[in-house]
Design a protein around this ligand. Structure first.
Ligand SMILES: Cc1ncc(C[n+]2csc(CCOP(=O)(O)OP(=O)(O)O)c2C)c(N)n1
Ligand SMILES: [Mg+2]
Length: 330
């Protein structure tokens, strides 16, 4: 370890984070199949480089906000895996007390302002977070993740327009995984790049990045974050990626050909980054050590979460308001 240069040490950290997030998703998938997950779970195997790359260029007090496919984004900001898993299992100790489930993971403490199930709904909220940053005279930047399916929603256009006019410090990151649920995005949009081809309508640069290359994501989004922090306004980044699994854990994804899925497996962000590290001189046994450590950590996290009690029905009457109370107010 001590012989590795700074860049390789960082690369190894990103590798461990991506492996951890992949193992977390695989564990959730297995628990879902055992009927242990309460409600749906939208997993993001194959898209890890976007969440990890973006989180790695944010400052600790920056904000991020994501969709229902948001486990990776919460974990990448430092939300504890145990509390996230308990949330999915409806257990006490869940990150939202086990009452929100997979699609509502939120951890303000970690700058993660929530996962939103209504497609496009959180883009205007990201503008609000960005505006708050300006009003407070803070240098805080907001990273807003959304899917390719959000770009035909009115809120996308309203948010991009407002952010551009008010020069809000928001970096909009479209994770173009080629599908909105079961529909190939190309069938419902007349331009080849769903987000980037709309950027000029808001005076923004069209930015496309390989979303399966964590270093490329870091470079492109890092520059956008710096510009936003310098008061130069928002950016719209289209990260091209692919979800290796179905839309949700319940979807076998049979509307995609085996050839298509296999071709993306060859571009798996974890395998690609591992190859970069090997080339930089990281020995195989060090990479294997990371794999083993991550597997053990996740086994412990899962055992602990499964041992936690389910949340009490009476807890439905707590935390209705941010001060914890439930009395009617108007
Ligand atoms: C406003 C709205 N319309 C429809 C849906 C149903 N829906 C849930 S996920 C989804 C697909 C979204 O695709 P995309 O934005 O590409 O995100 P991905 O699932 O690929 O991450 C749709 C249409 C919804 N949740 N909200
Ligand atoms: Mg999509």
């Amino acid at each position: 370890m001590s012989t590795l240069d700074q860049q390789t040490t960082l690369g190894l950290r990103l590798h461990e984070q991506m492996c951890f997030i992949r193992e977390f998703a695989d564990k959730v998938d297995a628990l879902y199949r055992q009927g242990k997950v309460r409600g749906p779970a939208h997993l993001g195997q194959g898209q890890e480089a976007v969440a990890v790359g973006v989180a790695s260029v944010l400052a600790d007090d920056d904000y991020s906000i994501a969709t229902y496919r948001g486990h990776a984004h919460a974990l990448a900001r430092g939300a504890p895996a145990g509390a996230v898993l308990k949330e999915l299992l409806g257990r006490q100790g869940g990150i939202c007390a086990g009452k929100g489930g997979s699609m509502h993971i939120t951890s303000v403490e970690h700058g993660f302002f929530g996962s939103y199930a209504i497609v496009g709904a959180h883009l205007p909220i990201a503008c609000g977070l960005g505006w708050a940053s300006l009003i407070q005279g803070s240098e805080r930047v907001v990273a807003c993740f959304f899917g390719d399916g959000a770009v035909n929603i009115g809120a996308f256009h309203e948010a991009l327009n407002l952010a551009a006019v008010w020069k809000l410090p928001v970096v909009f990151v479209c994770e173009n995984n080629g599908y909105m649920e079961y529909t190939p995005i190309a069938q419902v949009i007349p331009v080849p790049r769903p987000a980037a081809d709309r950027a000029s309508a808001y005076g923004l640069e069209p930015i496309v990045v390989d979303g399966n290359d964590v270093d490329a994501v870091r470079e492109v989004v890092g520059a956008a974050v710096n510009r936003a922090r310098d008061g130069k306004g928002p950016a719209l980044v289209e990260a091209v990626t692919y979800r290796l699994g179905g839309h949700s854990a319940a979807d076998p994804g049979a509307y995609r050909s085996t050839e298509e899925v296999d071709s993306w497996k060859e571009r798996d962000p974890l395998t690609q980054h591992r190859a970069v590290l090997s080339k930089a001189g990281v020995p195989d046994d060090e990479l294997a050590e990371v794999d083993a450590r991550v597997r053990t950590q996740l086994q412990e996290v899962a055992a602990d979460a499964l041992a936690a009690p389910l949340h009490e029905p009476a807890s439905a009457w707590t935390d209705m308001w941010s001060d914890g109370s439930a009395e009617w107010r108007n």
